[in-house]
Ligand binder design. Structure first.
Ligand code: CU
Length: 470
């Protein structure tokens, strides 16, 4: 865990690094020191030491950007730059981000705050920052070409506005968006209410993260930015399971999770063991009359969702995107389904030619996690994560909500795996097995069986190939 003092220690190092770049030392002197984070860990919430008090958020595998008060104005300094992000232990990606990480740091302010954000561009191309969901003067909206000239490499721009409404927001470039978002440029923004708000409850734990996606070939480091839909890494805050930290809470904590989607597809985010309410969107807190219980909420592209629940069930509860391909890491999709196909003979023949060849999937894909298949360097295994009962067979957008009775107040370190009370874990049945009864009812609403046996039809599907083939 890094403290505020550590942040400024980093700032000292990074300050000189920035000054050495294209931005002149004189110009930088008037700006707040840029604070750089070098670690992908979930940092402790940044408790405000200046400005109005609030309950800070926990950014999953991320951190909050410190600010300085300058005559009543909250000043932040974002540095857009190439970064190396560890997406999971043993797997690093060369991304673009802000202040040393992708995503950039979370910005936390209070409703009514006068905010000034300096944005220094250390990318090889121009950029801008759009403050998604904010009420602000049109010229501060960050759409390059439309509301401002783009920020050229080496230049610093200033954005300034009053955070007018409380809620859950994000920021991202509005310049060469396709490239810059595919490279990981984005960040979270939370505006806390200035006083007790009728639609914003106090919570003990307030988490936030962005969903993002990358297409990085196994063994390589840089995302393919032309990919439109077929990404191979589905991440939360540029981390993939088992690299995503668990969400640790105390039994009976009121918990809020804020999520934003900056990928190219929707994500139905699903929580086990609890029901939640949608208490906010990027449009603000939802009216109480619109809230109903759910266990999955679909977050469309460009949307934000804020969910809340009482963590009143102890255990290790899975929390993940419900698109099963989004809980897998890098894999090829152009392979046929081999379930039920006995291809052992073929595998043996291929093995004679290619010793490392592995025939996969005749009993499903789970075998993949058990076999030690050789993979190129710097590649995340397809499905991984070791749990107390074996492989979790998950990757990508997957984490665990850990609800513990004995979590000490104020201590939200990972408590390890849940110790299940005796007799509360599903187990192998060892008694006698009766033949399952097959329903063959002739009455009621069941369809009568055909008198003559139906003709067996074999379906052959052939892919259209060249015209001469048919
Ligand atoms: Cu998903």
């Amino acid at each position: 865990m890094s403290s505020r003092r550590d942040f400024f220690k980093f700032a000292g190092i990074s300050g000189s690094a920035v000054a050495a770049s294209a931005v002149s030392r004189v110009a930088m002197a008037a700006l707040p020191e840029p604070v750089i984070q070098t670690r992908p860990d979930t940092m402790a919430p940044l408790v405000p030491s200046t400005g109005k008090p609030y309950n800070p958020v926990v950014t999953l595998n991320g951190w909050t950007l410190p600010w300085r008060m300058n005559q009543g104005v909250k000043e932040f300094h974002l540095v857009a730059e190439p970064v190396v992000r560890e997406m999971a232990p043993g797997f690093k990606a060369h991304l673009w981000g802000y202040n040393g990480q992708s995503p950039g740091p979370t910005i936390e302010v209070v409703e009514g705050d006068h905010v000034r954000i300096f944005v220094t561009n250390k990318l090889p191309e121009h950029t801008s920052v759009h403050w998604h969901g904010q009420r602000l003067p049109n010229g501060m909206d960050g759409v390059s070409g439309l509301t401002q000239p783009a920020i050229q490499p080496g230049k610093t721009f200033v954005y300034e506005f009053v955070a007018r409404r409380p809620g859950t927001f994000m920021y991202h470039p509005h310049a060469d968006e396709m490239t810059q978002m595919a490279m990981g440029m984005m960040g979270f923004w939370v505006t806390h209410p200035k006083a007790k708000h009728p639609l914003i409850d106090e919570v003990q734990r307030d988490f936030c993260f962005l969903t993002n996606a990358y297409d990085i070939d196994p063994g390589s480091y840089t995302p393919k930015t032309m990919t439109m839909l077929d990404f191979n890494l589905w991440s939360w805050n540029s981390r993939i399971f088992p690299g995503i930290d668990s969400l640790n809470v105390r039994l009976n904590d009121k918990v809020r999770i804020r999520m934003g989607n900056l990928t190219m597809t929707n994500h139905p985010i699903h929580l086990h063991g609890h029901e939640f309410l949608i208490t906010g969107t990027d449009g603000g807190p939802t009216p109480k009359t619109t809230r109903w219980p759910e266990v999955t909420t679909d977050i469309a592209v460009g949307q934000m969702r804020q969910v809340e629940f009482l963590a009143d069930e102890e255990g290790d509860w899975a929390f993940h995107c419900h698109k099963s391909h989004h809980t897998m890491n890098a894999m090829g999709h152009n392979v046929p389904t081999l379930i039920g196909v006995d291809h052992r003979g073929v595998a043996k023949k291929i093995n004679n030619l290619i010793p490392d060849y592995m025939a996969m999937g005749e009993r499903g894909m789970a075998d993949m996690t058990e076999m030690e298949m050789p993979i190129p360097d710097n590649t995340a295994p397809m499905m991984t994560g070791e749990g107390p009962f074996g492989s979790v067979e998950m990757g990508g957008m997957f984490s665990v909500l850990k609800v513990r009775r004995d979590q000490k107040p104020g201590d939200y370190r990972d408590p390890g795996w849940f110790k299940h009370p005796e007799g509360t874990v599903a187990h192998a049945y060892t008694g006698l097995l009766a033949e399952p009864a097959r329903s063959e009812s002739k009455g009621g609403q069941s369809m009568p069986r055909a008198v003559t046996p139906m003709q067996t039809i074999e379906v052959q599907v052939r892919k259209p190939t060249s015209r001469s083939g048919h």
